[in-house]
Design a binder for this molecule. Structure first.
Ligand code: FAD
Length: 364
């Protein structure tokens, strides 16, 4: 494949794969575009958003408003609903054609499916589930020679060591691993939703954003799957990532599960429009559905207020909530690790304390 013999210097620009569902942008796109803007400014390169779908051209300016210099639109009827093979083919085609240096993808269900498939097809590496990104421009390496069988470059070349440093939790959250992809391009990374900060929307930037319609070529006969119908789940999913106030419950509610969850709901309501989250212990026990789980294998959140009720504060739970603006913890064990990251800690029985909290908030 011609792509494999490309020289590393040919790869330019920072790309964000921007996920849309039924013409609606996912919030993670704006977080990644805002983060990508910082990386592109540091690197001195362009930031480009790429959207796949059908009748989606109207979404481009929105990305521009958050800092994209340009948006590439891949529009085709076969891209209306996400399918692994159609999206992989089209996204890889554009990457191979335009050669971005960095590709960022949100670690949603779709992103987690698409990214490894594309990385394998592009013969590059992928760092999954990143929580921090950085550009390392300090080192210069002269005349690197690749000996890889993938043969990115058969010849010697001078490489500026401008690697993307991708950081993610490893070994069950016990350490943070910083990973680089020094010899292959693009550097690919999936990024956890909710960890990067969404910037301010600018009307001026939106107007200045360039839009390119990319000519998609898909032969329907090559597609192994076709979506015939989409049936929406009737269940209401909790939106933890967009929530400003989250009241989470842990195994500490085991004495009276129903009442514990009810108290959390009442406290969330008293704060004004809060939502209920939970630890993995609560989800594994079936007391709350999986979409409520906060933590390493659940959602990463940074609300204005995070209340932890009867949650011990295991490292895997903290990994998902410790960047909240204000943390309040209630736990009957005053040595519980959750108090280490709490701004306000109340030691005592949640079944007694939460009703008092609700009353006090209502009085204000
Ligand atoms: P416990 O640790 O059992 O804590 C219960 C707490 O409630 C205790 O501190 C106790 O003092 C307090 N308590 C009891 N009764 C009361 C009462 N009446 N009033 C007040 N306090 C009371 N966990 C997550 O949450 N999210 C994840 O995403 C996640 N991912 C994981 C990934 C891996 C690979 C692994 C190995 C583990 C993961 N875990 C995760 C599990 C994590 O290690 C803990 O087991 C879990 O967070 C514990 O949940 P908990 O705090 O509710 O329960």
């Amino acid at each position: 494949m011609e792509f494999n013999s490309s020289r590393i210097e040919e790869f330019k620009d920072i790309w964000v794969f921007c996920e849309q569902r039924h013409g609606q942008m996912m919030n993670t796109n704006f977080e990644l575009i805002s983060e990508g803007r910082k990386l592109a400014d540091e690197r001195g390169s362009k930031l480009i958003g790429v959207i796949l779908g059908h009748n989606i051209a109207h979404l481009a300016k929105e990305l521009g408003g958050y800092g994209a210099d340009k948006v590439i639109i891949c529009d085709d009827e076969n891209l209306k609903e996400y399918t692994t093979d159609a999206y992989t083919k089209v996204f890889c085609d554009v990457v191979m054609d335009k050669k971005p240096e960095v590709v960022l993808i949100g670690a949603s269900n779709i992103g987690r499916d698409l990214a490894p498939r594309c990385a394998a097809r592009l013969h590059t590496g992928l760092t999954a589930d990143c929580t921090h990104l950085d550009i390392d421009m300090n080192n210069y390496v002269d005349f690197i020679e690749t000996s890889s069988t993938l043969d990115l470059s058969k010849t010697k070349f001078k490489m500026e060591d401008t690697n993307l440093k991708m950081t993610r939790p490893a070994f069950g959250g016990h350490l943070m691993a910083t990973i680089i992809c020094p010899r292959f391009r693009p550097c690919m990374s999936t990024v956890r939703p909710g960890v990067m900060t969404k910037g301010e929307f600018s009307e001026e930037k939106a107007k200045a954003c360039e839009v390119e319609i990319y000519p998609v070529s898909i032969d329907e006969n090559d597609l192994q799957t076709k979506v015939l119908e989409v049936v929406k789940e009737a269940k209401h999913m909790v939106d933890l990532i967009g929530a400003e106030i989250i009241v989470s419950v842990g195994r500490g509610i085991s004495k009276d599960i129903e009442k514990g969850v009810q108290l959390a709901k009442e406290l969330a309501d008293a704060f004004g429009g809060g939502v209920v989250g939970g630890s993995r212990a609560v989800v594994d026990s079936g007391w709350l559905s999986a979409d409520h789980q906060v933590g390493q294998t659940g959602k990463t959140v940074h609300p204005k207020v995070y209340v932890a009720l009867g949650i011990s504060g295991a490292i895997q739970h903290k990994a998902g909530m410790q960047d909240s603006e204000l943390i309040i913890a209630v736990n009957k064990d005053e040595k519980a690790p959750i108090f280490d990251c709490a701004d306000f800690g109340i030691s005592g029985d949640l079944f007694k304390i939460v009703p008092m909290m609700i009353d006090s908030i209502k009085e204000v």
